[in-house]
Design a protein around this ligand. Structure first.
Ligand SMILES: Nc1ccn([C@@H]2O[C@H](COP(=O)(O)OP(=O)(O)OP(=O)(O)O)[C@@H](O)[C@H]2O)c(=O)n1
Ligand SMILES: O=C(CO)[C@H](O)[C@H](O)COP(=O)(O)O
Length: 394
């Protein structure tokens, strides 16, 4: 972020997720083994220029949220108790910057505040930058998307009154951003009716602070998890995103290098193979490391022990690894995988074992590599935590 601009975030997370159903509010539902809200927080924590993140939670969920913060090592987060509607929750979140309303130390008032629903996990830095920059120019800004369906208005008898021109309207999404004073003033001045029935912060800024928000077309993944099917869609998007990169690390032994090469050839048509390494790794023959968005620094530390390598993965990154051994005698070593898998799963890293019998016979070797590649692709694409620590044999 250019210049001196303090930017903070308020994440309303105080709802009960009625439309999704079930007894767990949707923000706490697991998405690939991690609570949805933790994934949203992770997205904001990737952005270096955000000063504070206020998460607004229902009073009965404060302990649950504290546990999530501790478990996933979230930084910059302050908790505030929510209200009975989304607007009331957001208002409480803003108050944390002007009076001692947060459940922790008082927060410094930002120039710009970003409002983002805790249940929209796919927000990226570019979008946040755009909405923040536009806010500095216009006072408020929000992301929009083209309408999927036409909006129609029924009359009281349930028949069509009129319909809106779809091309002229947009769906209002998040994030939205505001000069802090613009939004806070709007909340101070709006009516109880607004607080209880309103759904649009941009409208409050217009009606009570006379600020016309700049509307920016955002990417398609800004939608809000609302129904159960949205949780499945969120899982698929994450799997898609993390299934693209693969790194193959092999031992320097001749057989290991041979299998590594064949796996590389077989896998590269399914998954993007970033790079292959050859080097001494303490007790593995091959380590297939499935990368998240960023290049983990431990790839540079090839000589580290496996446990160190895996533990070096940051808690926030959803990695998975397939450790492959090429000979039966390695089985004993592979039995350590279960232990290791349990340990590293705490860091959101899934570890599987795969045993390939090395054969000097060309067609058998190629056949083994093909089968192993199919298993690796399936493990990485499905990201199934139930299979971690298991050793598969081809
Ligand atoms: N009293 C409330 C109600 C909602 N929210 C939050 O506002 C966001 C968007 O609201 P919505 O999708 O409607 O969430 P819920 O109210 O939980 O869902 P539903 O309307 O289906 O009950 C969610 O992150 C939700 O937790 C909030 O902070 N406080
Ligand atoms: O739609 C929106 C755009 O302003 C808000 O993001 C918000 O999600 C609306 O919440 P609700 O679904 O509770 O009306």
């Amino acid at each position: 972020m250019e210049g001196e601009c303090r930017v903070a975030v308020v994440l309303p997370a105080g709802g009960c997720g009625e439309r999704l159903g079930g007894c767990t509010p949707k923000q706490y539902c697991p998405v690939l083994g991690r609570p949805l809200i933790s994934r949203t927080l992770e997205a904001f924590e990737r952005v270096g220029w955000i000063s504070d993140i206020v998460v607004v939670v229902a009073p009965e969920s404060v302990d649950l949220m504290k546990n999530i913060i501790r478990r996933y090592g979230h930084k910059l987060v302050s908790l505030v108790e929510g209200g009975v509607t989304r607007h009331r929750s957001i208002f409480n979140g803003l108050r944390a910057f002007v009076e001692d309303h947060s459940l922790g130390p008082a927060l410094k008032k930002p120039e710009v505040v970003i409002i983002h629903d805790a249940v929209r996990p796919f927000v990226d830095e570019e979008t946040l930058l755009q909405v923040t920059s536009a806010t500095r120019q216009y006072g408020a800004a929000g992301m929009v998307r083209p309408l999927v369906s036409t909006v129609i208005a029924p009359s009281s008898d349930g028949c069509l009154d009129h319909s809106l021109d779809r091309a002229k309207h947009r769906a209002s999404e998040m994030p939205q951003a505001f000069l802090f004073d613009v939004l806070y003033k709007a909340y101070l001045q709006c009516s109880d009716y607004d607080l209880d029935f309103g759904t649009e912060c941009l409208h409050l800024a217009l009606a009570y602070s006379k600020t016309r928000a700049k509307l920016l077309e955002g990417p398609p993944d800004l939608w809000k998890v609302t129904y159960k099917r949205d949780l499945y869609a969120a899982e698929s998007i994450i799997k898609d995103g993390i299934s693209k990169h693969l790194c193959i690390i092999t031992n320097i032994k001749e057989e290991a290098v041979q299998i590594g090469f064949r796996l590389h050839e077989n896998l590269k048509s399914h998954i993007k193979v970033n790079k292959s390494f050859t080097g001494p790794v303490e007790f593995i023959e091959f380590l297939f490391h499935h990368l998240g968005n960023s290049q983990p620094k431990f790839l540079k530390q090839k000589s580290c022990k496996l446990i160190d390598l895996l533990q070096a993965a940051q808690a926030g990154a959803s990695y998975q690894s397939v450790v492959v051994s090429q000979s039966g005698s390695e089985m004993q070593k592979l039995s350590k995988i279960r232990e290791l898998a349990k340990e590293v799963q705490k860091s959101d890293l899934l570890l599987y074992g795969l045993l390939i019998n090395f054969s000097k016979e060309e067609s058998q070797l190629e056949d083994g590599a093909r089968q192993a590649s199919a298993i690796i692709t399936a493990l990485i694409t499905d990201r199934n935590p139930a299979l971690t620590g298991q050793v598969m044999v081809v």
